[in-house]
Design a protein around this ligand. Structure first.
Ligand code: C5P
Length: 224
């Protein structure tokens, strides 16, 4: 995208995994590294956008020129996003945990005696940030982009997800272990819009980010 092509555009990017505590020392998490989301935030800032990056726990430094907020759980991420006002565009790359342990023990859960019976693990659903943003009655971002990490039937699942969540575009990818996408440098995505399914070649996450920002720029310029 041309330098400054997104000047004045307010963009939200969510990134990273979330950590859902079981007790003070244990949590449920996933393998998201945050790299794709950070790369998108960086490319958006390069294009002149006013970027808020909200991330779960990652070992990355925030890109220059981006407003950065960190959180741990899905509920914290949801609160930060909802408290941050309105956006023209939202790019939800975060691998938000769909569920969290129903109870967070105040103290470390202990083994009891020699019987060693495993404690039950009950899960409850987390708020869905993408779905909430997509269906906001007032102040919905003009363009809401979701990500879909799948391990099978990538396109069908992602199309269904686009409709279910109410977002405008879905960027779908296969995160099966053999692809090396989760935690790796490269990505291979499919961009799904209301009327198109585009398979992109495998490329670096930085290049995927640039291409997505290019598409956002075109969309915004047609909208203006
Ligand atoms: O349903 P699933 O988690 O696979 O959907 C993925 C998309 O939804 C991603 O864009 C992700 O950032 C978003 N999402 C979210 N909040 C959740 C779950 C998913 O924003 N609680």
């Amino acid at each position: 995208a041309e330098v400054g092509s997104l000047a004045g555009c307010r963009v939200l990017v969510t990134a990273g995994p979330t950590h859902e505590p079981l007790d003070p020392v244990r949590y449920l998490a996933n393998r998201s590294s945050g790299q794709q989301g950070f790369a998108i935030a960086s490319a958006l800032a390069d294009a002149g956008a006013n970027v808020l990056l909200v991330s779960g726990p990652v070992s990355l430094s925030p890109p220059a020129g981006v407003k950065y907020l960190v959180c741990e759980t899905a509920r914290e991420m949801y609160a930060l996003v909802m408290e941050s006002g309105q956006f023209d565009v939202a790019v939800c790359t975060a691998a938000v945990a769909d569920w969290r342990p129903a109870h967070e023990a105040g103290q470390k859960i202990k083994k009891i005696g020699e019987a060693d019976v495993a404690p039950p693990l009950t899960l409850v659903p987390n708020p869905d940030i993408l779905a909430e943003l997509s269906t906001k009655s007032a102040g919905r971002p003009k363009l809401v982009i979701g990500f879909a990490a799948e391990t099978e039937n990538v396109i069908d699942h992602a199309k269904a997800k686009r409709e279910r969540k109410g977002c405008d575009w879905i960027v779908a990818n296969d995160v099966s272990p053999h692809t090396g996408v989760m935690g790796g440098q490269d990505n291979q995505v499919v961009l799904i819009t209301s009327d198109n399914v585009e398979q992109w070649p495998r490329m670096s996450k930085a290049d995927v980010a640039k291409q997505i920002v290019e598409r956002i720029t075109v969309w915004i310029s047609e909208e203006r």
